[in-house]
Design a protein around this ligand. Structure first.
Ligand SMILES: *Cc1c(COP(=O)(O)O)cnc(C)c1O
Length: 224
């Protein structure tokens, strides 16, 4: 599918749900540079990557060539990568533990500038998946806001592969609402329409825009 087709589907879903526009994050992890350049040439400027190192390898050059690029980190962040992550990314969707919150807070204070921050929630309570457990979300949001003074934009989830995603979207929305958070980062290629119907504000769409990720690649396997 092409970028314009996906944008048309997003617009329709937004209209049907009577929602404000959502951010379409084009997830470019593991994609060949030509495909990414093609989407940039079509005027899209909001991209997602799941590895700091991979993003460091390709985005500085793209940012030279194209103005106004916004980058979202949607994969796990190690505390020793916080500095390079803040150098490169405008948004981080994977804040999920106090140690990372503390490190981000210190670095944000030193820079006087914060990225858009989402707390990742492991709504499926999957042992192999990152994210705060649903029972711990309220306390973690509180501590990020009061103890670390971090501006939290919203919550993010990656639903389990084998479950109905809308149940997870609805759960995430409920948790965001009771914490007074407006941002919801949840829909992906296969389910963004139902995510938008359930209040999504940021969708992360990879394969539907770029085509399947190159098989055999090691990166990019966090999601499904
Ligand atoms: C890869 C990835 C996506 C995009 O997945 P698609 O199914 O290709 O749209 C979205 N979110 C996260 C966290 C990812 O790692």
């Amino acid at each position: 599918m092409s970028l314009s087709e996906i944008k048309a589907r997003v617009d329709l879903a937004v209209k049907n749900a009577n929602r404000p526009p959502v951010q379409l994050i084009a997830v470019s992890k593991v994609q060949p540079d030509e495909r990414v350049a093609d989407v940039l040439a079509q005027g899209h400027r909001v991209f997602g990557e799941n590895r700091v190192q991979e993003a460091q390898g390709k985005w500085p050059a793209f940012k030279e060539r194209f103005d106004g690029v916004t980058l979202h980190l949607i994969g796990p962040l190690q505390t020793n990568k916080v500095k390079p992550a803040l150098d490169l990314f405008d948004a981080i969707h994977t804040l999920d533990r106090p140690k990372l919150a503390r490190k981000l807070a210190a670095e944000i204070q030193a820079r006087g500038q914060a990225p858009e921050l989402f707390i990742q929630v492991n709504t499926g309570e999957e042992p192999q998946k990152a994210g705060v457990l649903p029972a711990d979300v309220d306390a973690f949001v509180q501590s990020c806001q009061t103890e670390f003074d971090l501006p939290i934009a919203g919550l993010m989830t990656i639903p389990p592969v084998s479950e109905e995603p809308s149940l997870h979207f609805a759960l995430l929305r409920k948790m965001a609402r009771r914490n007074g958070l407006g941002g919801l980062s949840m829909g992906m290629s296969g389910d963004f329409e139902s995510a938008i119907a359930l209040g999504d504000t940021h969708i992360r769409v990879g394969s539907a825009i770029f085509g399947e990720r190159v098989p055999g690649s090691l990166a990019g396997t966090q999601a499904r």
